[in-house]
Design a protein around this ligand. Structure first.
Ligand SMILES: Cc1cc2nc3c(=O)[nH]c(=O)nc-3n(C[C@H](O)[C@H](O)[C@H](O)COP(=O)(O)OP(=O)(O)OC[C@H]3O[C@@H](n4cnc5c(N)ncnc54)[C@H](O)[C@@H]3O)c2cc1C
Length: 148
């Protein structure tokens, strides 16, 4: 697997256009972006399965106010989608799963258990989103001179 990440203003076309672009076009964009990189890395990309190239627009959640607990709950990206910066989205989703499991097996009323899980999850989940967004901002402020 390979992946290239860039701020949208460093990409050659608007998001909507890239989202509809042919895999070969996207692959060509990536090849061009790394044209000054080490030949081994360029060879790796050149040998990739071109038809499997796809575009993702990375977005993250905004904090939402607390809601009344019920027998339906949320975890992971469904509630606190996090940008890949800081690599914490999947880890936070796993933490949700562990905490929800602990809450549900603790012996208290189900809705109360879910409410307790949600109260904690909203805090650490949206804190992870915020930290990731800050890391993303700092990284893009530094710029990547290699992404041409
Ligand atoms: C490029 C990139 C790099 C990342 N790197 C990292 C990293 O290094 N470290 C890290 O911790 N996190 C990373 N993340 C974030 C991480 O991938 C997510 O936070 C994590 O996958 C969220 O897990 P999830 O189970 O909540 O959601 P998902 O992994 O999105 O799982 C949801 C599942 O539900 C399925 N689904 C959707 N709708 C339906 C439906 N109607 N019926 C049935 N199934 C459905 C989907 O197909 C999917 O399999 C990265 C994300 C991206 C995009």
């Amino acid at each position: 697997m390979w992946g290239g990440a860039a701020q949208h203003d460093r990409l050659p076309a608007p998001d909507a256009e890239l989202a509809g672009a042919h895999p070969a076009t996207l692959h060509a964009v990536a090849c061009r972006a790394i044209r000054s990189w080490h030949p081994d890395l360029r060879a790796l990309l050149a040998k990739a399965a071109v038809d499997e190239t796809f575009f993702i627009r990375v977005r993250s959640s905004q904090r939402v106010p607390a809601w009344p607990a019920s027998r339906v709950t949320l975890l992971g990206d469904a509630i606190h989608a996090t940008s890949p910066a800081r690599g914490s989205g999947a880890n936070t989703a796993l933490m949700d799963a562990a905490n929800l499991c602990t809450a549900l097996t603790g012996g208290s009323d189900v809705v109360e258990a879910i409410g307790g899980y949600e109260e904690e999850m909203r805090d650490y989940g949206f804190a992870a989103v915020k930290a990731s967004r800050q890391a993303q901002t700092e990284t893009s402020r530094r710029g990547n001179p290699l992404w041409l």
